[in-house]
Write a protein that binds this ligand. Structure first.
Ligand code: CS2
Ligand code: MN
Length: 356
């Protein structure tokens, strides 16, 4: 496994490249142009500027996360073709700095959804929390009407985005999952040939949480749907980012089993744990199997026994030791997570070689 660390760039991240350099075994940055909105071309100039910074610290830029897909593509609107052309151009540009994997997602309107970004845990740390009944009973359009002009009420609902969110929610009304599948297929048919030309692996991130929220369709949610997704194309460029914490928020998704089945289509793995409560709420925990509902030791074993050579990153972490950071993306807990993953990996190596 090749260890990486997500970095939001000098202006957007509390973690520095000097700090990342001191986490054992991290060779690459998982990066993006975070000031580019979905649908825009990533200009070569900006991409090269990231490369310069990475080079200065000896990191590779093999993994991009995410080049976001414009809503019109997910909605299947006539305007999608222009946005798809832009996407192709971004693929070409990131290839020029050696990128090999592009993570993206196909979630309508909202990326990961949580009700509390800093939920206090028993030990005084805080973590991202999802309260199911709260989301289930929420009408986002109603909420937006009430909150326009005031502080935002959900993670990611920045005041300047509310108008767009409202428009998108309206546009998705009545859209079925089948339509979303069709729109994904259309997108893939256009971009996969370009990805292939550049030996680029596109790797879709599962939906987080892996079920419909606010009545919006969501499709990358289960083992059966991962199978369906992968059967859309045999292209070597068509792959999945296996995120244990996203898919794993539904206890029916057996993550080690999914890895054992599809490991050769997983160029990039997100590894994190979540603790799921009986009422469907969940909270993000440390990586240790004991602390959450996902057997992370078995997740790592599933990769190890298949000789996994793909990229890995710890995903969201808790906020510990009073760290002031982006929600889920602090230094300390993710660094602890990396050491846990290495500990497991090295132990499985020893066992495999007959050592003790
Ligand atoms: C995160 C996502 O929810 C998660 O697990 O990893 O924010 C992820 O970065 C994006 O959805 C990928 O496109
Ligand atoms: Mn993830």
């Amino acid at each position: 496994m090749r260890m990486t660390f997500r970095w939001y760039g000098e202006d957007n991240d509390s973690v520095t490249l000097e700090q990342i350099k001191q986490i054992p075994g991290v060779e690459g940055l998982v990066w993006a142009l975070h000031d580019r909105v979905a649908g825009e071309v990533w200009p070569l100039e900006d991409v090269l500027a990231v490369k310069e910074k990475a080079d200065a610290h000896g990191f590779h830029l093999d993994v991009v996360e995410s080049i976001n897909v414009h809503e019109d593509i997910k909605l299947g609107l006539p305007s999608r073709d222009a946005y798809i052309e832009n996407y192709k151009e971004s693929i070409r540009n990131v290839a020029k700095v050696g990128a090999k994997v592009i993570c993206y997602n196909f979630m309508p309107v909202f990326d990961w959804t949580r009700t509390d970004l800093f939920k206090e845990m028993e030990d005084g740390s805080t973590a991202l929390f999802y309260e199911k009944s709260k989301v289930d009973s929420m009408d986002p359009q109603e909420l937006i009407k009430q909150t326009t002009g005031s502080a935002f009420t959900m993670p990611g609902w920045e005041p300047e985005r509310l108008k767009d969110i409202e428009r998108s929610l309206e546009a998705y009304k009545g859209m079925s999952e089948e339509e979303l599948w069709n729109n994904l297929q259309y997108f893939l048919e256009q971009v996969l040939p370009v990805a292939e030309q550049h030996d680029m692996k596109l790797a879709i991130h599962p939906d987080d949480p892996p079920w419909s929220v606010f009545g919006l369709p969501r499709i990358i949610t289960s083992e059966a749907n991962v199978e369906r997704l992968l059967s859309l194309s045999d292209s070597p460029s068509h792959n999945i980012t296996l995120c244990s914490g996203s898919l794993g928020a539904n206890p029916e998704n057996d993550i080690p089993r999914i890895i054992r089945r599809f490991h050769d289509r997983i160029p990039f793995a997100h590894i994190r744990n979540v603790k799921i409560y009986e009422n469907g709420d969940f909270i993000e925990t440390s990586h240790r199997s004991k602390d959450g509902s996902i057997d992370i030791a078995d997740v790592v074993r599933a990769y190890h026994e298949n000789g996994f050579t793909g990229y890995v990153r710890p995903d969201h972490g808790r906020h510990i030791w009073n760290e002031d950071c982006r929600p889920g993306y602090g230094l300390y807990d993710r660094a602890l997570g990396i050491m846990h993953l290495w500990g497991l990996w090295d132990a499985y190596d020893r066992v495999e070689k007959g050592g003790c």
